[in-house]
Design a protein around this ligand. Structure first.
Ligand SMILES: [Cu+2]
Length: 475
């Protein structure tokens, strides 16, 4: 079978370009072609034309790696290399990844498949690939130094094992990990069940993506790789809202979403309008008796969670990490809280020295979404995205589950904004407002304080100190 032809057929929900890497004829005979992807768009599912059949996944802002069958073995070719990843429209990052993108392509196989993966290293340093969560021979586990020598630049290594267990897995280097993961080297691995499995439901939509994080200063291109916790870009598959595609489903579809976390902190993933159950973890399918319904599930570092629900509520439902600073894009965040601080006098004084001086945040931060301040050339606005009713004021780990009655079966195109039935949208009250009933009690009725100060104390609010360009207070 011709993996490349199949790939071209399936590629491109919105016409994303695909470039095949140049491989010599000699190399082609020995190695499967290293297909490369130049687009950051969500690609249509790759329907299997060889091997056991399965219902493929859709990788959010990603794609599935084509393979070739050779004497009953599924052969893939991963190329570890520097890539340019568009993290949002107008914002490109210089990352490391696989086959043209970060994250790398999703690898999809079927339980029982014998899999052979060629890994070519085009990075400036050694690497390895660890197949996170797999049952495999120890020497195929990809821990450089421990289970194999590392793959030096220019070298190609071969991994081979049987995909023994159905489930959702990840791959990433186990060599100079802090640098290589901070640079975006990771991907997903899906092993589909070979036969109907009592704990694995048939679904109509099957999405997957990785949680990842970067520290890229506004206006620059390359992540800071020494950052341990204080990342400023919280991404899904190396995309930040509004660059993350929506998850488009047909009403009453059973939907599975597989989420893997390769950041350095946990992410409570929250879905609006529906309850879901966690039907699988890194350890495989969860027994049905051990499941419960929830609307937020925490995905810890190095974990995978598989969510399932029936999308029976039509609409545009927010789907996001519930840490509010993870739904924001790059910003300087050593900023004092200014809500309620009256700095009109201060602004006026500074304005005499710096004509463009502007104070931010005195009514909250929502202004930032609408202000349209000039930002450095290569970054994403901090809180942005336009919905049908105005600014969404989000960034980072945020997307929308679009549930539509008329979304065709198996069609993943964005259906546009939801048309709300008349009378089903929150509206402004324009009638008379009654005066609020306020208690006249001075307090202390329910729980009298035993230790009141002798006199009323007034709290003095001090203006924030001047900030140096490095963000540290000057003393
Ligand atoms: Cu988060």
């Amino acid at each position: 079978m011709n993996a490349r032809r199949e790939f071209f057929k399936a590629a491109g929900l919105a016409g994303g370009a695909v470039a095949a890497a140049a491989v010599s004829r000699v190399a082609l005979a020995a190695l499967p072609e290293a297909v490369s992807q130049s687009s950051a768009q969500t690609m249509a599912p790759l329907l299997p034309e060889s091997g056991r059949p399965y219902n493929p996944v859709v990788t959010l802002n990603g794609w599935t790696l084509p393979w070739r069958m050779r004497q009953g073995v599924k052969e893939f070719h991963l190329v570890a290399e520097p890539v340019v990843r568009e993290m949002a429209p107008g914002f490109k990052a210089h990352l490391w990844g696989y086959n043209g993108q970060s994250p790398g392509p999703t690898i999809e196989v079927v339980e029982g498949d014998r899999v052979r993966i060629f890994v070519t290293n085009r990075l400036p340093e050694h690497t390895s690939v660890h197949w996170h969560g797999q049952r495999l021979p120890n020497g195929m586990d990809g821990v450089s130094g421990l289970t194999q020598p590392s793959i030096q630049p220019g070298k190609t290594f071969v991994y081979e094992f049987v995909a023994r267990r159905a489930g959702t897995f990840m791959y990433h280097p186990h060599a100079d990990e802090m640098t290589q993961m901070a640079m975006g080297m990771m991907g997903m691995w899906i092993t589909h069940p070979k036969a109907p499995h009592p704990w694995i439901a048939e679904v109509q939509r099957d999405f997957c993506f990785l949680l990842n994080a970067y520290d890229i200063d506004p206006g620059s291109y390359t992540p800071k790789t020494m950052t341990m916790l204080d990342f400023n870009l919280w991404s899904w598959n190396s995309r930040v809202f509004p660059g993350i595609d929506s998850l488009n489903v047909r009403q009453h579809d059973k939907v599975r979403i597989r989420v893997g976390n390769l950041t350095m902190t946990n992410h409570p993933i929250h879905l609006h309008g529906h309850e879901f159950q966690v039907t699988g973890t890194d350890g495989g399918a969860t027994p049905p008796g051990a499941r419960w319904s929830e609307v937020t599930t925490d995905v810890a570092v190095g974990q995978m969670r598989q969510l399932e629900f029936v999308a029976d509520e039509p609409g545009d439902w927010a789907f996001h990490c519930h840490k509010s600073h993870h739904t924001m894009n790059a910003m300087g965040h050593n900023v004092p809280t200014l809500i309620g601080v009256d700095h009109r006098g201060l602004a006026k004084q500074i304005g005499q020295l710096i004509p463009d001086y502007m104070v931010m945040g005195e009514r909250g931060m929502a202004d930032m979404g609408e202000m349209d301040m000039p930002i450095p050339d290569n970054t994403a606005p901090m809180m942005t995205g336009q919905g049908p009713f105005g600014g969404v004021e989000m960034g980072g780990m945020f997307s929308v589950l679009k549930v539509r009655k008329d979304q065709p079966h198996g069609n993943y195109q964005d259906p546009g904004w939801y048309q709300h039935p008349t009378g089903t949208v929150a509206y402004e009250w324009t009638g008379a407002l009654a005066a609020p009933a306020r208690s006249q009690s001075g307090g202390a009725a329910a729980m009298p304080s035993g230790n009141m100060p002798a006199a009323e104390v007034e709290v003095q609010v001090r203006k924030p100190p001047a900030r140096s360009p490095s963000g540290h207070a000057e003393h």
